[in-house]
Design a protein around this ligand. Structure first.
Ligand code: SF4
Length: 343
């Protein structure tokens, strides 16, 4: 078992190994911008991403899932911890140690699909220029090949390539998200962070984009880190799911394990809060009363303890570590300390 409590028997299939990752943002005050504290957006998180899978990251707004996605992409420099990426030609490399120049190969391997296709595309660039920009920046294509590469990629994502010289405003939300996906895929990446990729779209369009992502994953062998607060979407898309609370992972397991046998009280509350077709059925929100804590001053011990109906004395003092509770299923909760003691 690795330090993150996840299985190591799939080491060859590991695309990314995240160990004790932290991302703190300083809180500055006064004229001299003195640092008076830190927002612990990601606070000691460890997990693996297997090649070809979709790993979902779920949690309430403010739990740190977007910061985690941006940190593993090295859009943010981590405060501490490591992110090892399994390059096709070099094997595992800790990308937190790389300088700007050394990061270039990683910038091709790891791309992002943003949440809002209305703001993420430059309105002054044509679709051709938007999609081809990563090719040009990385010097991956001769100038006379660009049109063909863009036309092909537009076709792959289901766009009519006759419109490559139009501007983003001429396209619908769903088409704009397809443009974003084409831009991400044009450099032939192996890993994509998708941050709520359909939350800004009409419900009728969301399924089309999600199904496109599934098809592209099969066609190109892609690996996704899929960030969402929508459990129905996560259930549709993900092979494994990590539940985040206040910058920490509290449960990690296969889709079936997490949905059918949630172990952490917070996961159980999230599952119970999924809207039910019967309006007389109670919502599960009351099982986790209160609001998510302050990441600048998280509760001691288990960060969920002020909201947990099972809270014990130990929960207020000792931060729970990941405990294996089933096949590829881990939970950070003192309720399961005995399970670990028996193994
Ligand atoms: Fe509740 Fe304690 Fe488990 Fe935290 S560690 S979720 S407070 S039982």
């Amino acid at each position: 078992m690795t330090s993150n409590g996840t299985s190591s028997n799939n080491k060859d299939g590991v695309l990314m190994q995240v160990e004790h990752l932290k991302k703190y943002f300083p809180i500055e005050k006064g004229f001299f911008k003195r640092t008076v504290g830190h927002v612990r957006a990601v606070d000691d998180v460890s997990f693996q991403v297997y090649r070809g899978e979709t790993l979902g990251l779920v949690g309430e707004t403010g739990c740190g899932k977007t910061t985690l996605g941006l940190t593993v992409l090295r859009s943010y420099q981590p405060t501490d911890g490591s992110v090892e990426f399994n390059f096709r030609d070099q094997g595992m490399v800790d990308i937190t140690e790389l300088n700007r120049k050394e990061l270039k190969p990683y910038r091709r391997e790891a791309q992002m699909i943003f949440q809002d296709p209305y703001t993420s595309l430059n309105a002054r660039m044509t679709v051709r220029d938007i999609i081809s920009e990563p090719l040009i920046i990385n010097k991956l294509c001769a100038a006379d090949e660009i049109d063909d590469r863009v036309a092909h990629m537009m076709q792959v994502v289901g766009l009519d390539n006759r419109y490559m010289r139009r501007y983003p405003h001429a396209f619908s939300g769903g088409q704009r998200q397809r443009i974003s996906i084409a831009r991400a895929l044009i450099v032939n990446p192996s890993f994509l962070v998708a941050d709520e990729p359909t939350s800004a779209l009409d419900v009728s369009i969301q399924a089309q984009i999600l199904n496109l992502m599934v098809d592209l994953q099969e066609e190109f062998g892609l690996t996704y880190l899929f960030i969402s607060h929508n459990l129905s979407v996560v259930k549709h898309m993900c092979h494994r799911i990590g539940i985040m609370y206040l910058g920490r992972l509290v449960e990690l397991g296969t889709r079936d394990a997490v949905f059918e046998n949630p172990q952490h009280p917070y996961t159980q509350a999230l599952m119970a809060a999924i809207p039910k077709p019967d309006p007389d059925q109670p919502s599960g929100l009351e099982s986790a009363p209160g609001e998510i804590g302050n990441p600048a001053n998280p509760p001691s011990g288990c960060a969920f303890h002020p909201r947990c109906s099972h809270c014990m004395d130990v929960c207020r003092e000792v931060r729970p570590e990941f405990i294996k509770v089933g096949d590829d299923h881990y939970v950070a909760c003192h309720l399961y300390d005995e399970v670990e003691a028996q193994t």
